[in-house]
Design a protein around this ligand. Structure first.
Ligand SMILES: *Cc1c(COP(=O)(O)O)cnc(C)c1O
Length: 434
């Protein structure tokens, strides 16, 4: 079977995510036979550098020998068991280790990012209800924020393309000014702009804290908004405000967790701890769907009671899947054993250097970088820019997926000098010959 065979069968049987299927007539999907580190290989033997970590999930490359070995070992023990009424070593060990790393003592599991958002929203609302404050039913989120696409998550998301069609199905929620530095006035520093955005959130909380359960945000980088980056002082201010107004802070680190922004978790850069933390994507190194919602003793204890209905009765069939938890434990082992955060600092410095000609190109603006995320905006891009850039990059062996006029890199943490040179060179050529 070659690429063409798989494409025919794909067209006949599949409905792809985030895709207008008719566009596949011009831009067929890439049939992937296997992976090797940061490389994807199709059925005709062509190789593509996975510069977006397979939609931000892969951390240590494809077919990673250490994660593979952990999964093979776990397969011989137990593949899955119901977590209501049962427990097992991988889920216990993962919860203990995440508690140590985040300072949040209790872990609740879901299957993907959107389910983590749903869990966080329900948990926050139910906490206040258990405390005798059932009027706290609202949520505040940021302009351009993204928290997933199930109905609850979409209600706190602010990406028009994903949201507008379904607006009649959604709960209203408040969206406040984004701290995205690209929106600053000329000459306004990232810090000054972040403080201005924080002040606008304060105005909102002064009005609506009594009916608000939580503020939900993506710390430091708003991914789906096009890798919008902001100053950490925003997070310190929000933490302080949420305490003062008695509103939870939900940190959605689904995309930015696990080293993406340079620290293991993005909140660390502001020295804050959220009340509720959502993790997914990189948690299993991109192997299996798993999400985790961590919270404090205080939240946990508000549910601990003789009355069943005061408990958090949410569930998913695959909650705490042992294979997914083993993959996550292997990921944490790699972080420790290889001192990944330090190695990434060197990688990041080198790639930033290699991207200097792209950043300096007159057709490029807002070049930005944090940890293992790089992004820039292309000036005067037409609506077809993203798809066209994606297609031209693929022809040169590079898998990129621009968001609007934003080109970004979010590579796995195993890229080496040659891979970085390839990403920088191909991108520069494409920008220069646009
Ligand atoms: C991807 C993402 C989600 C949703 O995760 P899914 O696994 O796609 O449901 C939620 N929040 C953020 C910040 C994300 O990047």
């Amino acid at each position: 079977m070659n690429n063409a065979d798989w494409l025919d069968r794909t067209r006949a049987a599949l409905w792809h995510p985030c895709t207008q299927m008719k566009q596949l007539e011009q831009a067929p999907p890439l049939p992937i036979a296997r992976g090797e580190g940061p490389w994807l290989i199709d059925y005709d033997g062509n190789r593509y550098l996975d510069a977006i970590s397979s939609w931000w999930v892969n951390l240590f490359g494809h077919a990673n020998p250490r994660i593979n070995a952990a999964l093979i070992d776990q397969l011989g023990r137990i593949e899955h068991v119901i977590l209501a009424g049962c427990t097992h070593a991988p889920v216990v060990e993962l919860s203990e280790r995440l508690a140590k790393l985040t300072g949040l003592s209790h872990a609740f599991y879901g299957s993907d990012g959107a389910s983590a958002t749903e869990i966080a929203l329900k948990m926050s609302f139910h906490y206040w209800r258990n405390l005798g404050q059932p009027a706290k039913t609202g949520f505040v989120s940021l302009q351009d924020g993204y928290h997933g696409e199930t109905l609850g998550a979409l209600s706190v998301t602010d990406v028009a393309l994903f949201k507008d069609t379904y607006a009649p199905l959604l709960r209203p929620s408040h969206q406040v000014m984004s701290p995205d530095w690209r929106r600053a006035e000329a000459g306004e520093s990232a810090e000054a702009y972040a403080l201005r955005a924080a002040a606008s959130l304060e105005d909102c909380l002064v009005e609506c804290a009594a009916t608000t359960a939580a503020v939900i945000l993506e710390p430091l980088v708003q991914g789906a908004a096009g890798m919008a980056m902001y100053h950490p002082i925003y997070l310190s201010r929000v933490r302080e405000m949420c305490d003062r107004h008695r509103v939870h802070l939900i940190a959605d680190e689904i995309a930015v967790g696990f080293g993406r922004t340079g620290t293991l978790f993005a909140c660390e850069q502001a020295g804050i701890r959220p009340d509720i933390l959502c993790l997914s994507k990189g948690i299993t190194g991109g192997y299996l769907p798993l999400s985790c919602v961590l919270t404090t003793d205080r939240v946990y204890e508000a549910f601990y009671d003789d009355t069943t209905a005061r408990g958090f009765l949410h569930s998913h069939s695959y909650t705490g899947n042992p294979l997914a938890c083993r993959a996550a434990l292997a990921v944490l082992d790699i972080f420790e054993q290889d001192d990944v955060l330090a190695a990434n600092q060197a990688r990041a410095a080198r790639f930033t250097e290699l991207l200097a000609p792209v950043a300096a190109h007159p057709g490029v603006e807002h070049f930005r970088h944090r940890g293992m995320i790089w992004a820039f905006d292309v000036k005067d891009a037409d609506p077809g820019f993203g798809l066209d850039f994606h297609r031209r990059a693929l022809e040169k062996g590079l898998l990129l997926r621009p968001i609007g006029n934003t080109v970004y890199f979010m590579p796995p943490y195993v890229i080496e000098e040659e891979d970085m040179q390839c990403m920088a060179q191909v991108t520069h050529d494409l920008i220069a010959n646009r």
